[in-house]
Structure formats: structure tokens, C-alpha cells
Design a protein around this ligand. Structure first.
Ligand code: GLN
Length: 538
């Protein structure tokens, strides 16, 4: 019988439920089980694709073209599996299905009610995800915090599932224990309230993961055990760590994997996190440094959201740096800086390499183009992702091919050289204002040209990568760009879409229409990131 583990949050959000979910999943996987993970987001948006990155963080794209939450990215990275759309649900998505079923008379004339029909749909989705992954364990992370309105129906689904199959369901409360600066001691009361609030939803947690700045001490463990009606060994210390990749090791030191198995009445298996331990040891003892500048624009809400907005890019750079036994030093560079003061691009000379990630709209675009020119001329390794590739084509068109005012029609619809333009099928979508889930999304094959940096990096003639865009290289200018020296290193198999561009006589200058960052894994860095960092280190 497959087993289901719900992860819910207590006290406040942002305490690392996603990392805990992914880490416990990794531990169970290392014990030889098939594991998958589901993210439930309580908001009404049908997917994350319509949300601003400064509001929501990165939009993580799956192989099957779903625009999901960044936690799905953490699951893929920790579990080293490809996750698809069934593993992601939002309130909007669940209601949409229930309403559509009602319209199709699938409830056979019954009154369709919030309870039980909405939680039943949640359970149906959880089981569909289990079947698809043939999983022994399904980790289900419920977004938000216990006690708020938004996620009540998801807690209700957990309660109903446990009632139906008590031997197959566990619930883990990930809570936070603050250390108020005036007191200097860790407080358990908010967590006691959180456990009680969960009780009032009809759920007794099996484990409490106690997040905090410091480890949980014995007296507090005892206190939580008594007040939350738990065995002491099920109250687990989960202090802050320098890198989230350390979490599986810490949890395993607390024996959580075998505790979970024991509660399910399953035989415990010895731990085998060898490869993961080696990774973490490498992270802690780097032999050198690599300094990479990321030129972007999502600066409005400070550093925290900035890192969130480009999460997979950052992780992919880390994986590649660790592969080369280097410590990644990543710095944020505001593209708008190079618009007010173009000569400021000189500071890019202080970096081993520059990366420009995906983006939308006109803000910061001219600054990015200036930065790209500097990287091209000064031979600084450059990796451009999606918009970062399109802007590299624009820079090349303007400054090498002599097409003054070349641009993307996203920014300048009246450009005399629209070297980047909207894809024909996207035009109708945008005109009809059908913005949700309508970009060119998900995995598509790409054929690599011989004797290119990309072909050498991938060491394969054909690859598959994930996309999220509406614009493309305009084929009317392809020949002219090629004649001036732009290398088309990858195209769609029919040759119609430019997927990768490169420059010759440059240590590393690659732009991709797709988002390679979504496929990078800690123990298997992405080939393009790996080669980019290799060039940076040189
Ligand atoms: N704005 C560009 C497009 O829609 C690039 C998108 C991206 O970088 N993800 O094609």
C-alpha cells in the first residue's frame, strides 16, 4: 500500500516546509523507495504563471508545461525525478475541476458541496499523482499555516484520508520556535498553539519538526511532548543550516527516516546518503572561488525576493560550481544602473562571468544590452537564458550586423529590424487576452549543430529542454546574423525555431531560448552551466 505524508506549517510561513518535504523525500528515496512530492498552494490563481516574480518568486516550469511553485523545483532537485502537473494544485485549480465536473453532470444530479466534494477532488489528485509516479511514498506539502482560512479544505482532505486509511497516512507539523532577542531563550508556546489548532481540525500530528535558530534542547522537547500529546522522540530538532542541502543529513542524524517507517509498521532500512554526504562535504570545503554577476531587474522588494525570483538559476550555478570544487560567489547587478550610466558596465570586468536570466517587458532592457556588449567585446564568459539570449541577438544585430535600432517587438513594435518577434500562434492568444498558461511552455526537442560549444557540452546530437516564452528569433534576419558571425547552435527539429546561439572566438558566449536551469540537479549539474563555470574558472 502506498503511504502518504502530509506536511503542514505552524506559527508562520517561510520556515522551510518545502525544504523539509524535499529532504524527508530524499531520505526515504535513499532507503530504496520510490518517492514523489505534491505542492498545494492555497491561492485562487490556477497556476503561478500569472504572478509577478517579486510577489511569488520564481515560476518553475515542468516538462509537461505547467507553471508551478518553486517548491516543485526543490522536489525535483532533491528527489532527482521529473515532476508533472498532477503534482501541483491550487485552490483555483481544484475548484475549476469541481465546477467543470458539475457542468458535465458528473455528480449525477447531487448538490455539489464544498465538503466533501472539494476535499474529495484533492484526494483524487493526490492518488493520481501516486499512480503516475508508482510511488511508495507521496509527500504532500500544504501551503500556508494551520489556523488560516485558506488551507482548511486541504487539512480536511488530510483528515478524511487518514480516516479512510489510518495505517497509510502521517502528518508532520513544521513549526517555528522563536528566540526573542529580549529574552534570549527559545519559546515553545506558539508551537503548542499550532499543534492545538491542528487538533481542532481533527488532526493529531505524528511528528513536529521544530525549526529555529538553534537546536531544540531536552527540557523544551519534554514540554512540547507533554503539551502536544506526543512521544518525545517524535519532537524533532531542526535548527538553521548554512545550505539547504545539509537538511537531509541533519534529519537523518535525528533518525527521522526510520521513525517514519516504524510508525507505518514497515521494516527500517539502513541509511544510504553516501552521495549526498559527499556533496555536502564538498560544499563545506571548496578549493577555490568563482565570482559570477547576475544582471537582472527584479530588485523592487529587496534581496530576499531577488534570490527567490531566480531560484533555479542560482541553484544551477551552485551545482556547477560545486562540480568544479569551487565556492560560488553570486552578486546581483541591477540592469537599470547601466542605462543611467552606460560606462558603469566597466565594473563587469571584475567578474569571472556574467549571466542574464529570463525576463519580460522593457524595464532594464537597454542596460542588459550594454552589459552583453561589454561581455562580448571584453571576452567575459556569458550565459544568456531566454530573454538573456534574445537580448544577445539584439546586441549582435545592432553592433556587429549594423542593424541600428534592432529590437524585440515586445519592447519596440516599430523597430526597423525586429530581430526578435512574437511567434505567430502567440499573436492570437495575446489579442484575445488569454494570458494564463498560454506561452510556449514545457519540454521541446532541440537539435544541436556539430562543432559548437553546446554540442560539446551536451555530448549528444539531440536534447530536450523546458521553455516559457512568446517571442522568438525572427527567421527573416537569420541569414544576415549568420553571415556576420552569429552561430545558430541549436534549433527545433524542423529547423524553424532558433533555440541556441553562440559566438566563435570567445571563451564562452552562449544564449538559450529555453531555461536549462530547470533541469540542473545537485549531483548532476546541467552541462551548459557546468561548461559556463569551467570557462569562468579559466
Ligand atoms: N519576454 C520574452 C518572451 O516572452 C522572454 C521570456 C523569458 O525570458 N522567459 O519571449
Amino acid at each position: 500500500m502506498p503511504k502518504y505524508i502530509f506536511i503542514v506549517g505552524g506559527v508562520m510561513s517561510g520556515v522551510g516546509k518545502g525544504a523539509a518535504t524535499a529532504s524527508i523525500g530524499r531520505i526515504l528515496k535513499s532507503k530504496g523507495f520510490a518517492v514523489t512530492a505534491i505542492k498545494i498552494d492555497p491561492y485562487i490563481n490556477v497556476d503561478a504563471g500569472t504572478m509577478n516574480p517579486t510577489e511569488h518568486g520564481e515560476v518553475f516550469v515542468t516538462d509537461d508545461g505547467d507553471e508551478t511553485d518553486q517548491d516543485i523545483g526543490n522536489y525535483e532537485r532533491f528527489l532527482d525525478v521529473d515532476i508533472t502537473s498532477v503534482n501541483y494544485m491550487t485552490t483555483g485549480r481544484v475548484y475549476q475541476t469541481v465546477i467543470n465536473k458539475e457542468r458535465n453532470l458528473e455528480y449525477g444530479g447531487k448538490t455539489v458541496e464544498v465538503v466533501p466534494h472539494v476535499p474529495e477532488e484533492v484526494i483524487r489528485r493526490i492518488k493520481a499523482a501516486q499512480r503516475q509516479a508508482k510511488a511508495d511514498f507521496v509527500m504532500i506539502e500544504i501551503g500556508g499555516t494551520v489556523g488560516e482560512y485558506q488551507n482548511v479544505l486541504f487539512l480536511e482532505a488530510a483528515r478524511m484520508m487518514r480516516l479512510q486509511q489510518p495505517k497509510d497516512v502521517q502528518v508532520i507539523l513544521v513549526s517555528y520556535l522563536p528566540i526573542p532577542s529580549g529574552l534570549g531563550e527559545m519559546k515553545t508556546k506558539p508551537t503548542q498553539y499550532a499543534a492545538r489548532t491542528l487538533n481542532s481540525a481533527g488532526i493529531q500530528p505524528d511528528f513536529i519538526l521544530c525549526r529555529g535558530e538553534k537546536p531544540l534542547d531536552e527540557p523544551r522537547k519534554r514540554k512540547l511532548s507533554v503539551s502536544c500529546n506526543m512521544r518525545e522522540e517524535d519532537v524533532i530538532s531542526a535548527p538553521d543550516v548554512a545550505s539547504i542541502y545539509e537538511i537531509p543529513i541533519n534529519f537523518e542524524n535525528e533518525g527521522i527516516g526510520n521513525k517514519i517507517l516504524k510508525k507505518f509498521g514497515m521494516r527500517t532500512k539502513s541509511k544510504d546518503l553516501h552521495d549526498w554526504r559527499r556533496l555536502v562535504e564538498g560544499i563545506k570545503k571548496p578549493a577555490k572561488k568563482v565570482k559570477i554577476g547576475i544582471v537582472g531587474k527584479y530588485f523592487s522588494s529587496g534581496d530576499f525576493t531577488l534570490a527567490d525570483a531566480y531560484l533555479s538559476v542560482i541553484e544551477a550555478l551552485k551545482h556547477a560550481a560545486w562540480f568544479h570544487k569551487a565556492k560560488p560567489v553570486l552578486e546581483w547587478i541591477n540592469a537599470e544602473e547601466f542605462e543611467k550610466n552606460p560606462s558603469a558596465v566597466k565594473k563587469l570586468g571584475a567578474y569571472d562571468g556574467i549571466l542574464i536570466p529570463g525576463g519580460f517587458g522593457s524595464r532594464g532592457v537597454e542596460g542588459k544590452v550594454n552589459a552583453i556588449r561589454y561581455c562580448r567585446e571584453k571576452k567575459i564568459p556569458y550565459l544568456g537564458l531566454c530573454y538573456g539570449m534574445q537580448l544577445a541577438v539584439i546586441e549582435f544585430a545592432r553592433n556587429v550586423s549594423g542593424m541600428k535600432r534592432a529590437n524585440t517587438t515586445e519592447v519596440d513594435p516599430g523597430s526597423p529590424y525586429p530581430v526578435i518577434h512574437i511567434m505567430p500562434e502567440q499573436e492570437a492568444v495575446v489579442r484575445a487576452k488569454k494570458f494564463g498558461g498560454s506561452m510556449r511552455l514545457g519540454a521541446y526537442p532541440c537539435v544541436l549543430a556539430k562543432a559548437t560549444t553546446a554540442r560539446r557540452a551536451y555530448a549528444a546530437p539531440e536534447i530536450s529542454e523546458r521553455h516559457r516564452h512568446r517571442y522568438e528569433v525572427n527567421n527573416a534576419y537569420r541569414e544576415r546574423l549568420r553571415e556576420a558571425g552569429l552561430v545558430i547552435a541549436g534549433t527545433s527539429p524542423d529547423g524553424l525555431l532558433v533555440e541556441i546561439i553562440e559566438l566563435k572566438d570567445h571563451p564562452f558566449f552562449v544564449g538559450t531560448q529555453f531555461h536549462p536551469e530547470f533541469r540542473s540537479r545537485p549531483l548532476r549539474p546541467h552541462p551548459l552551466f557546468r561548461e559556463f563555470v569551467r570557462a569562468c574558472l579559466k
